[in-house]
Structures are given as C-alpha cells and as structure tokens.
Design a protein around this ligand. Structure first.
Ligand code: NAD
Length: 264
C-alpha cells in the first residue's frame, strides 16, 4: 500500500481476536508501514494475540491489565526497553459487569460503576501519562467510544456514562498535551459484533436497528474503523485533536426511524 506510516511505531492496546476493533486499526497501520507492539490482558489472551501480531510482522507483545497502575508501569518499561520513543497509541479497551449491561441504569452498583469508570475511562488518562513521556516530538493517541455516551441506548447503561467521561477526557487530554504536539482523539464506532459487544443486552436488536436506520443503511465493519484509525494516527490528521469522530454509517445524525425501515 502506501508508506504513510513508514518510520512510525506505536502500541496497540485492546486486541482480543480478529473481530476486535483494534485488529481493524492494526491491519491498516501495518499495511501502511507502521511498526507495532501489542499488549494483551492476561496470559489467556496471549495465545490469540501473539499469532495475530506475527501476521503483521510483530514479535513485540506483552501483558498489561490497565486496572493496575503497577502493571501499566511494567508494560511501558517493557516498551521502553526496546523503543526509546513511540509515535502513536491505540486504546481500544472497555469493560463492565455484563449483569449491569442489561436492565436499568438506575440499578448500577457502586463497585461496578467504579470498576467500569476505571477500566473504560481512567485507563486512557493513565496510558496518556506514560505514553506522552515517550513522544518527545509529538504523537497521536486514539481511543474507541460509542454513541451511548451521547444518547440513551437501552442496556448500555453505565458503559454510556463511562464513554461520556472518556470523550470528555479526550478533550482535556488534547488540551493538556497539545503544546507537546500530542493529539488525542476518539473514534465513535457504530455497533460491531465483538467479544465485548456480546456482553451488551439485546445487542442483535441494536445492530439491526442501526443497519436499517443509518444513512448508509448498513452497519460498519472493523475495516471502516481501521481506515479512520489510520487517518487519526497518521499525519493526514495533523490539525485534528480533541475530536470524537463518528464511524457509524452516519447513524448519529438521524433523529427518527427511517420511513423505509421495516418494523423489527
Ligand atoms: P474486544 O472484546 O475485541 O476488545 C475489548 C478489549 O478490552 C479486549 O482486548 C480486552 O482484553 C480489553 N480489556 C478489558 N478489560 C481490560 C483490562 N482491565 N486491561 C486491559 N485490557 C482490557 O471488543 P471491541 O468491541 O473491539 O472493543 C474495543 C473498544 O471499542 C472498547 O472500548 C469498546 O467499548 C469500543 N467500541 C466497541 C463497539 C462495538 O460495537 N463493538 C462500538 C463502539 C466502541
């Protein structure tokens, strides 16, 4: 393909398998010449992540559970042992107790609220703190969010609140890190069937609804997300920061059910 990312290297956090949004972005980055390192959450995922990394020419994979600040420190130490500097980070991480991703938001427990906020929102701040130290000439950080941050989506519940915090964090981080030429943006992806999405109540209905009611009348794929990820992580978007960029077949601009959409 092009050498848009030639000479650039970065860290992909949140790859679980070949359905992951992180995989869609990693494939595009590698195809355009980037050098990649990958973290995985726990040894159980290592056996999935290592062969995928190898497919993209990377043998640089290591563990990182973002809920543990010491684990994050260890991961960035490992990164620094091989690379003095990085150009980009993909943060594609979210988690909540699936028992609270159904039913009503009003029933959210304190423990799960704090855990969801920690893993799905604060972790971006923790990653940005460490990544920025490795970006002396600037860089680009991208996280993944969802429309449930902006409007109520049944069952998304506490994850919607965490994504709202994540999107606002993107703005504050963009402002704090802008003077160092580090850009921070979010991709707001439409619904895609992944491991994480399978925990959300009635996800198949959400998928069908988006397919029938988005302007493009289809759902997006991880390749759609990958293309926009490449843009935000490359110099093509050099003037863009603090942005939440929708990759959702246009769903967020629609205010009501399409006339041609059948009942589901
Ligand atoms: P996925 O299951 O493939 O990826 C989620 C990743 O989060 C996994 O790799 C998992 O290991 C990681 N993770 C969870 N807790 C972690 C922890 N404590 N430490 C480190 N890693 C942890 O699913 P995905 O859909 O590709 O999710 C990636 C991101 O995209 C998430 O932030 C998700 O909310 C977001 N997103 C997904 C969709 C969708 O419909 N699938 C839509 C918009 C946004």
């Amino acid at each position: 393909m092009s050498n848009l990312m030639a000479g650039k290297r970065g860290l992909i956090m949140g790859l679980a398998n070949d359905k992951s949004l992180a995989w869609g972005i990693a494939k595009q980055l590698a195809a355009h010449g980037a050098e990649l390192a990958f973290t995985y959450q726990g040894e159980a995922l290592a056996k999935r992540v290592k062969p995928l990394a190898e497919q993209l020419g990377s043998d640089f994979t290591f563990e990182c559970d973002v809920s543990e600040m010491s684990a994050l420190d260890r991961a960035f130490d490992t990164l620094k042992e091989r690379w003095d500097t990085i150009d980009f980070v993909v943060h594609a991480i979210g988690f909540s107790d699936k028992n609270e991703l159904r039913g009503k938001y009003v029933d959210t427990s304190l423990d799960n609220f704090l855990m969801t906020m920690n893993i799905s929102a604060y972790s971006l701040v923790a990653v940005a703190q460490r990544a920025a130290k490795m970006m002396p000439s600037g860089g680009s950080i991208v996280t993944l969010t969802y429309y449930g941050a902006e409007k109520v989506i049944p069952h998304y519940n506490v994850m919607g609140v965490a994504k709202a915090a994540l999107e606002t964090s993107v703005q504050y981080l963009a402002n704090d890190l802008g003077p160092q030429n580090i850009r921070v943006n979010a991709l707001s992806a439409g619904p895609i069937k992944t491991l994480a999405a399978s925990g959300i109540g009635d996800f198949r209905y959400i998928l069908k609804w988006n397919e029938l009611n988005s302007p493009l009348r289809r759902n997006v794929t991880i390749d759609d997300v990958g293309g926009s990820g490449l843009y935000l992580l490359s110099d093509l978007s050099s003037g863009v920061t603090g942005e939440t960029h929708h990759v959702d077949a246009g769903y967020h601009v629609v205010g009501m059910k399409q006339e041609d959409a059948p009942d589901i």
